[in-house]
Design a protein around this ligand. Structure first.
Ligand SMILES: Cc1cc2nc3c(=O)[nH]c(=O)nc-3n(C[C@H](O)[C@H](O)[C@H](O)COP(=O)(O)O)c2cc1C
Length: 198
């Protein structure tokens, strides 16, 4: 009798984890923290991609409501299209922001505002069902207290967009290299990345 070969298990495509840093200070604390999370995700088998949104040309939403009349198509043609593609391609997002006056940076807020086209037609949004985490850096040592408004804002925005909020992390740093120096191989960031890769 020929032995029956065991059915081959279909290989699962590794998750794509996208890190978006909203810090204008390239290579600073926020970039470092987002990258620590991505390193954790990569080690756990995920594919990763990093974009510093502050280095792109993204104009603020002007509330023209063109998107509401045109099935979620934005009237502004700029680098936001790259972010939209990246968000749609990724399974998981990691938004990172420095705390600026108890809130997220203007650069990241501009990106969040430009997600409005996905809110006007939520049933058909390609962003629904994604998973996201938020990480922050602050000068004040009470990083979690400083970051609370950012976490709240994202939690509610994600709920509206149909995105699962999967984690938050706040780290303290003032000088550009503080986070990288103190938190290279920062365990909670790596652990968050590993969790997001699952
Ligand atoms: C405009 C501005 C506003 C800031 N506001 C705060 C704040 O409200 N609370 C705080 O703890 N740190 C504040 N900081 C400090 C930054 O959050 C901190 O240095 C952070 O690590 C910077 O991250 P980066 O290296 O990615 O730029 C502020 C910094 C700037 C430039």
């Amino acid at each position: 009798m020929p032995s029956k070969a065991a059915p081959k298990k279909a290989k699962k495509t590794p998750k794509l984890v996208l890190g978006l840093s909203g810090s204008p200070r390239r290579g600073g604390n926020t970039d470092a923290l987002v990258n620590e999370v991505l390193k954790g995700a990569k080690k756990a088998g995920a594919r990763t991609r990093f974009i510093n949104v502050a280095s792109l040309k993204i104009r603020p939403c002007v509330a023209c409501y063109y998107c509401a009349a045109h099935h979620g198509v934005c009237a502004i043609k700029d680098d936001m299209a790259k972010i939209n593609d990246a968000l749609a391609q990724a399974d998981v997002w990691v938004f990172g922001s420095p705390v600026y006056w108890f809130n997220m940076s203007a650069q990241l807020k501009t990106v969040v505002d430009r997600l409005f086209p996905f809110a006007v037609d939520p049933c058909c949004s390609p962003l629904r069902g994604k998973t996201a985490a938020v990480v922050t850096t602050s000068g004040d040592p009470h990083a979690r207290v400083m970051s609370a408004p950012i976490f709240d804002s994202f939690e509610q925005s994600f709920e509206f967009l149909g995105v699962k909020f999967a984690g938050r992390l706040a780290a303290q740093g003032v000088d550009k290299k503080d986070v990288a120096r103190r938190w290279n191989n920062f365990k909670p960031a790596r652990a968050l990345g590993a969790k997001l890769a699952k």
